[in-house]
Design a protein around this ligand. Sequence first.
Ligand SMILES: [Mn+2]
Length: 316
Amino acid sequence: MMKKIETFIEKIQNAKSILVAGHKNPDGDSMCSALAMMRLIELNFQKKPTVMFDGNVPRTLDYVPLRAEAKFHQHIPEGSQYDLCILVDYGTRKNLGEIEKYVNATDYVIEFDHHFNDDIIGNLCFDDEEKAATSQIIYDVIRKAKFNIDQDIIDLLTLAIITDTGNFKFVRHSDVLIDAAQLVDAGADMTRLVNLLNNKDKKTVLVESKAVSNAEFFMKGRLALATIRNDDYKKLDGRGELVLSLLAQIHGVQYVVLLKEQKEDRIGISFRSRKNPINKIAETFGGGGHLCAAGAVVQDSIDNVRDQVINAFKGM
Ligand SMILES: [Mn+2]
């Protein structure tokens, strides 16, 4: 580990231009880990990386520290090149979207990630699938390298943990609680940070609650299926987390599926499970993900996809 950290330091010292990026449509972990990495380099190496993203950033992240420093790729000057790229929380190559061309044009890639990936991009990898959030891996390196940190970095690392654990609901190992405890000791104000994320547009919450009201139930109430049609999808900001979380709170519900009509004949599917693995079902729809939280995108009509999903759960 120390050898890898030495290389990390050397690569940053030698880089003239640095790009930091995560996956397309960044979530809290991806965005906050990227901003924490930018600030870390600024504070310890006196150089300022570019933070770039593709897709949409949900409004819940509007007030995370340094949010304005993250630039939509189309706002980056044409022909920009970077001699070092740091990828955080990207998952797989196909999740990079338009960032991929900048990554491909870079000499050296360093990655920090907690996703399973059989097509690793990084020349230097700080990967750990056991971590609940990518920011924990960055925090590990910070402590081992004894890097300087400030309040923004503390808040960003904590926000990444809060969002990726769904406010500490998805904790598998104690290390994430130990990291969070150390961040609180370092000055993270949990109540303030959780509140700062409560920033959804009213229309998004109304669309989400409508989808919950109209949800269908199958398999004696063990499968809840919600649908967001295209008209409503346009008002949705984020992935419909509220739909998934509310339906999962119902007595007896073990599986929750949310169908989102992103376009006519393009359906995004989110799968959640209380206990049994669900990622194999997502794979049959050409997607994937974690054991109990997975997704897919299917080119078909919403009615066909609905029927196929109900069929796929037969025998579960
Ligand atoms: Mn993550």
